[in-house]
Design a protein around this ligand. Structure first.
Ligand code: GLN
Length: 495
């Protein structure tokens, strides 16, 4: 029983196992992701793939979308076939194989590597996030703090990834950097295996197992899907079919949103939920709406805000020019600095009997993130006049984005863990992770309106994103006042 365990900063020892595994997984994910567009667009002389920017951007969007989309089958496999522990283990192995394939200095294997990383992440990411919550009993107040700590691990990993893979790329070449990601995931796996004893019964069995006969059928279906994917890849390689990534990307955003609703409605009506569980599903739905909107704004970091840093920010300090990429890592640094503060904040608020519902916290996070775009609205007006602005504008925006992220993202993970029907723990985390996908893809579509040749448009783009997110934030927040009852917090506080 992990209830009285305080072996990791006051949290169950098992949290350290999950913290470090996810840290290394994120190191490999963000380290590799940072190189991806650069590698695809680099010329053949530079040993890149020499894709066009449009194709590279579409592939990047599809890849990040697919990574999180695959959390849905990943969660299902854990709930019904393998249990979280084993699903995370196999997922990690597949991710590592993907990075190894990318490290092979042959261009032909590139897409196979990407597919492996995406499939492995789908198995690992939602399930490890769900297992964090399962370390705590229902009434354990440390859960939110535990997710805040876990979220810090995620961002420690991304800083490691940017630094290590970025360094290898500049000094040794692309394939060494991909190789570093493989080693990172490998370290994570060894760590996981050695400390698995800490998490004992958490996720060791499927929560809602299929009968032996149905399980056999499920494996045949999974085998068939893998075979079809392999077949399509083989046909593409042999040149018999061509896939246009730009066209595919346009349909995928719509498809993912529909799948999100369909899956949600399916669990709601066909999951044999009790009244109480259904109310929690409503609260969780609001959290998901806030999350999708949040990431569609936030993820401008990799696209339009990145271009803003490159083209419209005065990056010169004396003789030193701040590298564009540094602006992006400010987010991870702010997270690491602010996480302990937020973990303490929620505990202190709870002690004073002020504990906003999960939904209200997420709404606040969305509005704070949106206020970052108000800052950009002003900064973009200077840029539209042809001026370069001081770095403080972007840093302030990223600061607000990070504060918003800490109100929303770890809180939402905790909410999913607390409010999902137990039998669907992995799948509901998969459904939630799908909101990352939707956010990422919409963000890409929004960034498409960022036209360096038409700077006058820029202030408006940022104003629109901001107003839209503030509007949704207020709506979600208003419903959130009601959601406190649905989340089942009121009884607890009365007690
Ligand atoms: N940084 C967070 C993570 O890696 C959220 C990622 C996202 O795009 N939503 O888990």
């Amino acid at each position: 029983d992990t209830h009285l365990d305080t072996g990791f900063f006051g949290h169950p020892k098992g949290l350290s196992t999950l913290f470090f595994t996810e840290m290394w997984e994120r190191m490999s994910y963000y380290g590799m992701r940072a190189l991806l567009v650069l590698f695809m667009t680099a010329s053949l002389q530079e040993e890149g793939l020499e894709f066009t920017v449009a194709a590279a951007a579409a592939i990047y969007g599809l890849y990040t979308g697919a990574v999180y989309f695959l959390g849905l089958p990943g969660g299902w496999i854990a709930d019904r076939l393998l249990g979280g522990q084993r699903t995370v283990w196999y997922g990690g192995i597949i991710i590592m194989c993907g990075h190894i394939v990318l490290a092979i200095p042959a261009h032909e294997t590139f897409f196979i590597g990407l597919i492996l990383v995406a499939a492995g992440t789908g198995l690992l990411k939602p399930n490890i996030s769900a297992m964090v919550g399962q370390l705590y009993r229902d009434e354990d107040e440390r859960r939110d703090g535990g997710y805040a700590l876990y979220y810090m691990g995620i961002n420690l990993g991304s800083v490691l990834g940017y630094t290590i893979c970025g360094y290898f790329m500049e000094n040794l070449g692309w394939h060494w950097a991909f190789g570093a990601a493989a080693v990172g995931m490998g370290v994570g796996l060894i760590q996981y295996r050695h400390t698995l004893g800490n998490i004992a019964q958490v996720g060791d069995q499927p929560s809602n197992p299929l009968s032996a006969e149905k399980a056999r059928k499920a494996w045949s279906v999974i085998g068939a899907v893998v075979a079809v994917v392999a077949g399509v890849v083989a046909l593409t390689y042999s040149g018999l079919i061509t896939i246009n990534p730009v066209v595919v990307a346009q349909y995928v955003a719509v498809a993912f949103t529909l799948i999100f609703f369909a899956y949600y409605v399916f669990i709601y009506f066909a999951g044999e939920l009790e009244h109480d569980e259904k109310r929690k599903m409503w609260a969780l739905f609001l959290v998901c709406v806030a999350s999708a909107c949040f990431w569609s704004g936030f993820e401008q970091a990799g696209s339009s805000l990145n271009l803003f840093a490159r083209d419209y920010t005065d990056r010169l300090i004396g003789d030193f020019s701040i590298p564009t990429a540094w602006f992006q890592s400010t987010n991870s640094f702010f997270i690491i600095i602010l996480s302990p503060f937020f973990a303490a904040l929620w505990i202190n608020l709870a002690k004073r009997m002020i504990s906003p519902s999960y939904t209200v916290k997420c709404a606040i996070g969305l509005v704070i993130m949106a206020s970052g775009f108000i800052v950009m609205f002003f900064a973009a007006q200077y840029a539209a006049q042809g001026l370069k602005v001081a770095p403080m504008w972007l840093v302030t925006t990223y600061f607000l984005h990070t504060v918003g992220e800490l109100c929303l993202s770890p809180v939402a993970l905790s909410a999913v863990s607390k409010l999902s029907p137990k039998r669907f723990a992995g799948q509901m985390m998969g459904v939630f992770v799908l909101t990352y996908s939707i956010g990422n893809i919409i963000s890409g579509l929004l960034a498409g309106n960022f036209d360096p040749n038409n700077v006058e448009q820029m202030p408006n783009l940022y104003l629109q994103i901001s107003l839209f997110c503030i509007g949704v934030g207020i709506l979600v927040g208003l419903f959130g006042l009601r959601a406190k009852v649905w989340e089942g917090q009121s009884q607890q506080q009365a007690a």
